[in-house]
Design a protein around this ligand. Structure first.
Ligand code: FES
Length: 127
C-alpha cells in the first residue's frame, strides 16, 4: 500500500493530539468494520473552533486524517467546519489508498459529532 508523503508526515508527527478537560463539545465515533475509535474535542469562541484536539485508537491513516481534520477545522466557523468531509481530507493529504478511504470518514464524522454535541449543549443551556 502506497501512502503519500503528507500522510506519512501527519502519521509521524500528528498535530493537535490530546484530550481536553473543559471541552465545549466532544464527538466520538467508532468504525464497526475495523473496531477503531476516534474522539475529537473542541473549544468554541464566537461560533468558531478556537481549539481542537483528537485522540485516536486506530490505524495510521486514521491518525493522519485526524491530524489533517483538526488542522482544517481550527479557526473555522462551525458551519464551515461542518462542510469538511472525507474527500477534502483525502485531497489535502494528497490522496489515500482506496481501502483506507473509510478511515478519513471516521475523522470527519467525529468532528461533526463534536459540533453537534456543542450545539445540543448550547440549546439545552438556552432552555
Ligand atoms: Fe480502522 Fe483505518 S483501519 S480507521
Amino acid at each position: 500500500m502506497q501512502y503519500s508523503k503528507k500522510v506519512l508526515e501527519h502519521f509521524a508527527e500528528p498535530h493537535n493530539v490530546g484530550t481536553m478537560d473543559d471541552a465545549d463539545g466532544v464527538g466520538e465515533v467508532g468504525n464497526a468494520v475495523c473496531g477503531d475509535v476516534m474522539r475529537i474535542f473542541i473549544k468554541v469562541k464566537d461560533d468558531r473552533i478556537d481549539d481542537i484536539k483528537f485522540q485516536t485508537l486506530g490505524c495510521g491513516a486514521a491518525i493522519a486524517t485526524s491530524s489533517m481534520v483538526t488542522d482544517l477545522a481550527k479557526g473555522k466557523t462551525l458551519d464551515e467546519a461542518m462542510t469538511i468531509n472525507r474527500d477534502n481530507v483525502a485531497t489535502q493529504l494528497d490522496g489515500l489508498p482506496p481501502v483506507k478511504m473509510h478511515c478519513s470518514n471516521l475523522a470527519a464524522d467525529a468532528l461533526h459529532a463534536a459540533i453537534e454535541d456543542y450545539r445540543k449543549k448550547q440549546a439545552a443551556k438556552a432552555g
